[in-house]
Design a protein around this ligand. Structure first.
Ligand code: ATP
Length: 284
């Protein structure tokens, strides 16, 4: 058994995100297609002397390195309230307040990695239950690839992997808090299209057909200046801009990487804080 595990933790986008209702406890129900993409944080787990208190470090100054971090919470759930015998280092690449699930992906990787490093007798269903209790998107990242999500995002059906399709993803400095985004959506009265059924039908089609039917209910209530700029530039390249999660990252996919790259050049020229060309990535 190695003493160190280095794990790349992928970001996600939502190819579709329909918010289908609100439960009495305030949780929202959804119908969505989740997809992992080729932007990664890196989690390094190292075993230390069994009596040494756990430490967590991170390259990003705005990420808390204590019990507020989802990686810390994962360790507590598997190793107890005062975790020992482990150092964790997190290198963040996935932007925050983006709707790309960075913290949730780190959390799922920590759960799997700690179970492996300490050879813990925790079954897959038990790990799933822990992940789902730690954050809405954590359970998805135990699978990765393409998944259909129902319920409050916790009922997951893995789908066949997509080919590696090109994507351009951009985000400005402005973020939108998830609770605020849901408040706006709750107050929104017009009917919104349900994109998930169209996305599910188009998963076997070519990339351009699939990405032309992608959509997200939060698109209707997000009017941040930088999001509008990203949308305008993506549309000028014939692409369909779609928010990921509750934002504020926007993605567009297509068949040819050159088109994504040309769009990314214009997004960079507009001075956006985060612009990348990547691809959909399979499970595992
Ligand atoms: P989501 O896609 O789930 O809406 P997000 O886009 O808001 O996530 P994240 O990077 O997942 O972005 O995290 C947002 C907040 O969660 C951060 O402000 C941070 O304080 C906290 N957080 C907890 N654990 C982590 C982690 N491992 N990495 C980054 N942020 C974390």
């Amino acid at each position: 058994m190695p003493d160190t595990l280095i794990i790349r933790t992928p970001a996600k986008i939502n190819l579709s995100l329909d918010i289908t209702g609100r439960l009495p406890n305030g949780y929202h129900t959804m119908h969505s297609v989740f997809q992992t993409v080729g932007i990664y944080d890196t989690l390094t787990l190292t075993k230390t002397a069994p009596d040494q208190p756990m430490t967590l470090t991170c390259n990003a100054p705005d990420v808390p390195c204590d019990e507020r971090n989802l990686v810390w919470k994962a360790a507590v759930r598997l190793l107890g309230d005062q975790p020992r015998g482990l150092t964790i280092h997190l290198e963040k690449q996935i932007p925050s307040q983006a709707g790309m699930g960075g913290g949730s992906s780190d959390c799922a990787a920590a759960l799997k990695g700690i179970r492996q490093l300490f050879a813990l007798p925790v079954s897959d269903p038990a790990l799933h239950a822990i992940a789902a209790s730690l954050g809405a998107d954590c359970a998805f990242f135990l699978y990765g690839g393409t998944c259909c999500a129902g319920g409050i995002g916790d009922e997951l059906t893995p789908l066949p992997d997509l080919p590696r399709y090109p994507l351009v993803i951009a985000k400005g400095n402005e973020g939108i808090s998830t609770p605020e985004a849901y408040r706006r959506l709750d107050a929104y009265e017009a009917a919104l299209p349900h994109d998930t059924k169209h996305v599910l039908d188009a998963l076997q089609s070519d990339a351009d057909t699939l990405f032309s039917v992608c959509g997200n209910h939060f698109d209707a209530i997000t009017d941040l200046v930088e999001v509008e700029t990203i949308r305008r530039i993506m549309r000028s390249h014939g692409l369909n801009p779609v928010l990921s999660g509750s934002g504020a990252a926007v993605f567009a996919g297509c068949a040819e990487p050159q088109r994504a790259e040309a769009c990314a050049r214009d997004l960079c020229a507009a001075g956006l804080a985060f612009v990348t060309v990547t691809e959909t990535v399979p499970a595992g």
